[in-house]
Write a protein that binds this ligand. Structure first.
Ligand SMILES: [Zn+2]
Ligand SMILES: [Zn+2]
Length: 140
């Protein structure tokens, strides 16, 4: 089974997930933007039964970010890591930025979701990818 790994910034939390992921997308929703402190967030949707925490579970903290949805981060360094929601059962969404760079380089985003909610200050994006006004499958 092919797998990729990743970690938080301080390295306490390491994780493994199955490759290929179900999808890769840029999310422009207001919740992601605020949760990550970024213009938008690139997520990969992975199979929950192929996701495994390798270490640092004692540093992992989670909170309810919207009804049925949970966001998890490293309490030691603050890195946002995971998203799970009853809207996408069986999936764990992982911030692509926390995936090890050699693997992340092979995972190309397929589109933008929640494009209608994008921040006015991110400027123009001319990547030619599909733009979904609302959810296209990524976190919200
Ligand atoms: Zn950390
Ligand atoms: Zn989002």
């Amino acid at each position: 089974m092919n797998a990729g790994e990743g970690s938080c910034l301080c390295g306490a939390i390491r994780f493994r997930f199955g490759l290929p992921p179900r999808w890769v997308a840029h999310c422009h929703c207001t919740l992601c933007r605020r949760a990550q402190g970024a213009g938008f967030v690139t997520w990969i949707g992975t199979d929950g039964d192929r996701f495994e925490l390798l270490g640092g579970g004692d540093c992992l903290r989670s909170y309810r970010s919207s009804p049925g949805a949970t966001r998890s981060f490293c309490s030691c360094c603050g890195s946002p890591l995971f998203f799970e929601s009853t809207r996408w059962p069986g999936e764990v969404h992982i911030t692509l930025a926390s995936v090890d760079p050699d693997i992340a380089a092979t995972l190309q985003p397929e589109g933008h979701v929640h494009w209608a909610h994008r921040a006015p200050w991110i400027g123009d994006i001319h990547d030619g990818l599909p733009r979904h006004a609302e959810s296209g499958g990524a976190s919200s």
